[in-house]
Design a protein around this ligand. Structure first.
Ligand code: BGP
Length: 473
């Protein structure tokens, strides 16, 4: 593979695919506790086994390699490495990830490793998780263990997956543990501490003399306002602070967005946790690349009458709910009659890929970007021949990829694309009915057999055509 070859692959997260939740010395994670009996786990699914990547990783990596993919993004389970969150290292956890990394390299896949993808060790969650400032140093200590164990072979690292969306679901929607609802103080505090933790881990990585690159992964929240919106520029300013600037400005520019503190103060939101010394941490912890997960945009309008409320759909076709929020005197999410939604009420809007990339280029310059996730969740049942004809997924992903390539042609520095997900896996709270994989997993069969879907072959062809057209000269 040439050093500057575009990376094409798939992305997973430890809790969503590994299973083996209590094997080989792994400690309890906050999702293990939540999914075992919390009534807010409304579909009753757990990640105890999932697609059992822990025991099937060679088969999955073989499938990726045969699909012409040259990279694999996965996350490390903090509680598999440090069962209590801090302190003693579980050597069997280290062995597992060594095997995954080594097998990726053997098969020609560049490992792209995320340190934290929503799954705090329970011991850390019980101390308040990222609402507790102590978690910053716990995270950095865990990062050091990973850099020392795997940093010789892993050249692409991400600190935190979607710090904003994790904080949002845990503290605003309340569907993720610890299930706080519309808690603005906690939401901003968690986002802030995650930003400091990420910057500290980046600074540590850069100080260790390792030869790779390190970034953060954000959920792209490209904000657009509907035509009838009053004061659209003000709405956009507020929404950018709420959705993405706290992560982007701290990690790319190394500074807190200037408007953040006055905005929070005017809205009586706690700012007591913001420390002057952290400004230096942000300066020292600038990322090498940005990971961008692209699913949808934030389509907004003004909202001044009525209550603040949040709505979410973890029941799919069983519910008519859309995904969104209304915040009194800030904004509300609204409908664009011209765009489709998936059955979980999320907008499908391929052009947000182009818009998000161009906006990042416009605001932050030539930062290298990886599209660390993009995909389509659907109900799926194989036909009588065992095949899944997932034409909707193909159409959807093709639209997003076309927009990514257009943005690259217009100057965006995109280095790679990861399909969410290479195989079917657990979808947070939604369970297993919402499938994203390019490969079908039969969750009813204890052997968890895998069968490539039509999209798997489409993706392989797309990668090969891209290489032929763009990289063979
Ligand atoms: C992203 C997460 C992934 C994945 C994906 C699909 O926000 O990083 O972990 O789950 O979204 O979301 P969901 O499974 O909720 O449909």
């Amino acid at each position: 593979m040439s050093a500057d070859a575009f990376l094409w692959g798939g992305a997973t997260a430890s809790y969503q695919c590994e299973g083996a939740w209590n094997e080989d010395g792994k400690g309890l994670g906050e999702w293990d506790v939540f999914s075992h009996g919390n009534p807010l786990n409304i579909n009753g699914a757990t990640g105890d086994v999932s697609c059992d990547f822990y025991h099937h990783f060679r088969e999955d990596i073989d499938m990726m390699a045969s699909g012409s993919q040259n990279t694999f993004r996965f996350s490390i389970s903090w509680s598999r490495i440090l069962p209590e969150g801090t302190g003693k290292v579980n050597e069997k956890g280290i062995d597992f990830y060594n095997s995954v990394i080594d097998y990726c390299l053997e098969k020609g896949l560049e490992p792209n490793v995320t340190l934290f993808h929503y799954d705090l060790p329970n011991a850390i969650a019980e101390k308040g998780g990222f609402a507790n400032r102590e978690t910053i140093d716990d995270f950095v200590a865990y990062a050091r263990v990973c850099f020392e164990a795997f940093g010789d072979r892993v050249k692409l690292w991400a600190t935190i997956n979607e710090p904003r969306y994790y904080a949002y679901c845990s503290n605003m929607v309340g569907n993720y543990p610890p299930n706080h609802s519309l808690d603005f103080d906690r939401y901003f505090k968690v986002c802030y501490h995650e930003a400091v933790a990420s910057a500290k881990a980046v600074a540590l990585y850069h100080s260790m003399g390792l030869t790779g690159q390190i970034g953060i992964v954000i959920d792209s929240c490209n904000v657009e306002t509907s035509p009838e919106t009053r004061e659209p520029e003000l709405i956009k300013l507020k929404a950018d602070l709420f959705y993405d600037q706290l992560v982007l400005d701290t990690s790319i520019r190394g500074e807190l967005p200037g408007a953040l503190v006055p905005f929070l103060r005017e809205n009586d939101i706690d700012t007591s946790y913001i420390k002057f010394e952290d400004m230096l941490t942000f300066q020292r912890g600038k990322i090498d690349f940005l990971g961008l997960n692209v699913y949808n945009r934030m389509y907004l309008t003004d909202y001044s009458e009525g209550e603040t409320e949040v709505f979410h759909n973890n029941r799919g076709a069983w519910s008519k709910k859309k995904e969104g929020i209304r915040i009194k005197d800030w904004f509300e999410t609204t409908d664009d009659p011209n765009t489709k939604r998936n059955l979980w009420g999320r907008e499908i809007y391929p052009k947000c890929m182009y818009n998000a990339l161009m906006e990042i280029r416009g605001r932050y310059g030539d930062i290298p970007v990886y599209i660390t996730e993009n995909g389509h969740g659907c109900y799926e049942t194989p036909g009588p021949d065992g095949r899944v004809e997932d034409d909707d997924r193909i159409d959807m992903m093709q639209g997003y990829i076309d927009n990514m390539i257009k943005a690259m042609d217009d100057g965006c520095n995109v280095k790679g694309y990861y399909a969410w997900s290479p195989m079917d896996l657990y979808s947070w709270v939604n369970g297993y009915e919402k499938r994203y994989g390019l490969v079908y997993v039969d969750f009813d069969d204890p052997a968890r057999p895998r069968t490539p879907k039509k999209s798997y072959y489409w993706y392989k062809q797309l990668i090969e055509d891209y290489r032929h057209d763009r990289e063979s000269q």
